[in-house]
Design a protein around this ligand. Structure first.
Ligand SMILES: [Zn+2]
Length: 196
C-alpha cells in the first residue's frame, strides 16, 4: 500500500503518466528527443498562463505527410533558426504535420521566437506547409484545436485566450490566406492583437 502511495506521489510530481492523454488516440505527440532536436541554447521561460495563441504556417519547408518527412522538416527549421537566425532553438512552441502529428518545439514552458512582441504572451503553433492557397488537411486542423485545448487543460493557455494569426501581429503573409480564413471562424478568434 505504501509503495502504491509513493508511486502516485512521485508520478504526480514528475508527470509520469503520458501527457498526451487528452490527445490520444487520435493524435501522436513527439517530443524533442523523438525528432532528435539539438539542445536549445535559449531557455527563456514563458510567463503563463498566456492570453494568446498565434497560428503560423512554414511556407517553407513544404507540408510533410510522413513521420520521417516531418522530422526532416523540424530539423531543418531548427537548423535555420539556430544557425542562420541565431535564435537559440526552433522558434515555435509546437509544429503539426499533415496527419495531425504534433511535434514539440520549445514546448509549453519556454518563450518562443515566432511573432515579435507576441512572443512574451503566446504559444506559437506552426502548421507545417504553405497554406496560402491550399487548405490544411482536416486532421491537422483538429490536432491544432486539440493541442490548444491541451494547453488550456494544463493551465498554460488562459481559458479565455484569444486566437490570432501571425499576420495580425506583424506584417507577414503567415499563416497564409487559406489557413487564416479557416482559423478566423474558430472559437476564440480575435480581430485584434494588443499587448497591455
Ligand atoms: Zn508565422
Amino acid at each position: 500500500m505504501l509503495s502504491k502511495v509513493v508511486f502516485l506521489v512521485v508520478c504526480a510530481s514528475v508527470n509520469c503518466f503520458p501527457r498526451l492523454t487528452s490527445l490520444q488516440p487520435r493524435f501522436s505527440f513527439y517530443t524533442r528527443s523523438d525528432w532528435h532536436a539539438q539542445p536549445a541554447t535559449d531557455l527563456t521561460p514563458l510567463s503563463t498562463p498566456v492570453p494568446y495563441v498565434i497560428i503560423h504556417h512554414t511556407y517553407k519547408p513544404d507540408a510533410c505527410t510522413s513521420h520521417q518527412e516531418c522530422i526532416t522538416a523540424m530539423q531543418s527549421m531548427q537548423r535555420y533558426h539556430m544557425e542562420s537566425l541565431d535564435w537559440g532553438d526552433i522558434g515555435y512552441n509546437f509544429c503539426i504535420g499533415n496527419s495531425g502529428d504534433i511535434y514539440e518545439g520549445r514546448g509549453w514552458e519556454r518563450k518562443g521566437i515566432h511573432a515579435g512582441k507576441a512572443n512574451d504572451v503566446s504559444i506559437g503553433i506552426c502548421l507545417i506547409g504553405d497554406w496560402r492557397v491550399d487548405q490544411p488537411p482536416q486532421e491537422m486542423l483538429e490536432a491544432t484545436k486539440a493541442l490548444i485545448q491541451m494547453g488550456v487543460d494544463k493551465g498554460i493557455i488562459s481559458p479565455d485566450y484569444k486566437l490570432v494569426g501571425h499576420n495580425q501581429v506583424m506584417a507577414t503573409q503567415c499563416p497564409g490566406t487559406a489557413l487564416f480564413d479557416i482559423i478566423s471562424k474558430w472559437d476564440h478568434f480575435s480581430n485584434k492583437f494588443s499587448v497591455a
